[in-house]
Design a protein around this ligand. Sequence first.
Ligand code: URA
Length: 213
Amino acid sequence: MGIDVWLPRNVVEPDQSESIASVGVDVDNMDWDALRQCIADCARCELASSRTQTVFGVGNRNADWLIIGEAPGAEEDRRGEPFVGRAGKLLDEMLRAVGQSRESVFIANILKCRPPNNRDPKPAEAAACRDYLQRQIALVQPKIILAVGKIAAQNLLGSDEPVGQMREKAHDYNGIPLVVTYHPAYLLRSPSQKRKSWSDLCLASRLSAGGGT
Ligand code: URA
């Protein structure tokens, strides 16, 4: 005879993140509203206790372009929207330069909650959030994924290469072309690299239009 321990369906202990798919809710079949609610209620990892709110993502649900960043920062945590700080303003400018906008694309992050003190996401946190992003990608069905920064690129591609080695090529994410570029926060610190990001966005533009590299 054992004692059953009942947990809310959307909760796992942090060290159980490897087995989340088996214990979590069935995110794979959720529509937008159910997914948004599920993320808002999420307590899969310790970030649930330090966040102000979850940051679901923003933009056009039928976008050709899906932009994926790392995790909310302080401003995003406060406002509940990704890329609204200084880096976000630069991202807006970069998108405008290739004829896109915050309204035409969809913007999401690897993590839906802010890591304290803007530290890098822990692997267990990224694992806990993974099926949320996978479902967003499946719902948007973008023509191109733009991974901005090391954390996004490495998580999406399962790689540990630096951004400098991942950019300038068309990767494949489950049949969707994926381009890697520098994170706008890095570009704010290293403006001389903006030229390379411009070239990455041009590559993404060509790929989204069905062109080659
Ligand atoms: N940096 C990110 O990667 N994502 C945000 O939402 C904000 C800053």
